[in-house]
Design a protein. Sequence first.
Length: 398
Amino acid sequence: MDHLREIETDGISNPREISRLAIDIGGSLIKLVYFSRDSSDHEDPLNDCVGVSNGVNGRLHFAKFETTKINDCLKFISANKLLLGGLQNQENPTSDKSFIKATGGGAYKFSDLFKEKLGISLEKEDEMECLVTGANFLLKAVNHEAFTYLNGQKEFVQIDHNDLYPYLLVNIGSGVSMVKVDGDGKFERVSGTSVGGGTFWGLGKLLTKCQSFDELLELSHRGNNRVVDMLVGDISGGMDYSKIGLSSTAIASSFGRAISNNNELDDYKPEDVSRSLLRMISNNIGQISYLNALRFGLKRIFFGGFFIRGHSYTMETISVAVHFWSKGEAKAMFLRHEGFLGALGAFMSYDRHSLDDSMINQSVQIPVDASCGTDTNCNPLERDLNETESMQCRVYQA
């Protein structure tokens, strides 16, 4: 409790600064997005957040928790008075109960817990719609949001708003959803796979005894997958299979080397196992994503979700897979705010469903020089609220 009191002291000094909160509760992670206005603004918080005035400067904040540690998330919300980011119950205006927008399967699973612990209702928003809304918002509003990563080089992509659609959105959470996006509110889930972030974490925990996703990811940095994987050279006498475009170092069978000897799991280094697992899943996602893009003639594929986490090896593997199978015609593109698409979509849904007609056109505009750290490997409970990931923004009336 001493730690919690420290947060209450060091957090936002004026709770009126918080004017909007939305949450995405996934199978592995809980993501929060909330808006705080600059302390120099003194108008009504609700009006500020929707831009009824000429415009309100502030910040969009981003935070995450493991879903298994949902009580830490509840403490964080309570300690920093983020419930002021919700709205009063429209059906019963005299009620002192408020609600916040929420998406993800956990919005249903933990609904009673939020009401019991915080006295707050979760107003559920469709998960797929939130993902698309969040992605469209970022691609239109944030300069240098999308980038490619190949051969160790990160290159930002300038998005032409008039030529954004259609594109394939690949959201890699516990599982993977692949969504063809044709416009604002126009989308179709065309495919997916159960082999995603949950697979990496679940199998990795069983095989390496790592206790967190980040620990497993860090372990993979030090690994060598060639100790575990069977390569093309292993079955072709060390030669390239140039006739079909395969180098000797290409993976012929993930984890295949384990069948060619009498080793047990304990004979392999955990970091090598982690590296092989990460590469197997990333390769698989990259290949399936391109095949679905090919189905619909899509040249652009955007990857989101907290599986990636700005991890260079993951992005490189996905990019190489897309490049290889498309023969260089398609590109894998990544998003700086990759893990917060659903939470951002839920954040934007306030304007669609909770405000009167005069406020429908409100939106959040991110300036050209906006910046946001993408290192989300921290638990916000260990940091001052103002030190969580955030970006400068201005809320205005269109």
